[in-house]
Design a protein around this ligand. Structure first.
Ligand SMILES: [Zn+2]
Length: 150
C-alpha cells in the first residue's frame, strides 16, 4: 500500500493534489482520484509549503486595511485643513499620496481573495471585504476630492 501515512504527514493542512488541489486526506493511494496525477509525499509536502508561502504576505491583511483607514482619515483631515488655509499645493500632494496608500491598503484584501484555495487554508483570518471596500473607496475619494477642491 502506498497511501499517505499520517505519521509521514507533518504539514498543518491536509495534503492536496499539486495539479488540481483535490483534498487527498484519507485517499487510499497517492494517485489523485480527480485528475490522475501521481505525487510523492515529498511533492505533496512541497505543494503545502508553496501554498503557505503564497499566503504569507496576506497574514496581516486586516491589520493593513485598518492602517489604510487611519491613513485615509488622517489625510482627509489634512486635506480639509490645508484647503481651509489656502495651501492648495500641499492639499493636492497629501490627497494624491494619502489616496494611493489608502487605496493600496484596501486592495490588499481583494488580492487575498484571489489566492488559490489551498493557500487560503493557511490564512489565519478571513479578509474583511466590506471594510476593505470602504477603505478603497475612501482612498479614491481622497484623490478625486483633492483635485476637485483645488
Ligand atoms: Zn489532482
Amino acid at each position: 500500500m502506498d497511501g499517505i501515512r499520517l505519521d509521514e504527514w507533518i504539514e498543518d493542512t491536509p495534503p492536496r493534489c499539486p495539479r488540481c488541489g483535490y483534498d487527498l486526506r484519507g485517499s487510499p493511494s497517492l494517485v489523485c482520484p480527480e485528475c490522475g496525477l501521481k505525487a510523492s509525499v515529498g511533492e505533496l509536502s512541497r505543494e503545502a509549503k508553496r501554498a503557505r508561502r503564497e499566503a504569507m504576505p496576506f497574514q496581516d491583511v486586516n491589520w493593513r486595511v485598518r492602517c489604510g483607514l487611519a491613513v485615509g482619515l488622517g489625510a482627509a483631515l489634512v486635506c480639509l485643513a490645508t484647503r481651509w488655509a489656502g495651501m492648495t499645493g500641499v492639499m493636492l500632494v497629501v490627497g494624491a499620496i494619502g489616496g494611493l496608500v489608502t487605496t493600496g491598503c484596501g486592495a490588499q484584501a481583494f488580492r487575498a481573495r484571489g489566492l488559490s484555495e489551498h493557500a487560503r487554508q493557511f490564512l489565519r483570518q478571513e479578509p474583511e471585504l466590506v471594510l476593505a471596500g470602504v477603505v478603497t473607496v475612501l482612498g479614491l475619494l481622497l484623490m478625486v476630492g483633492s483635485i476637485w477642491l483645488a
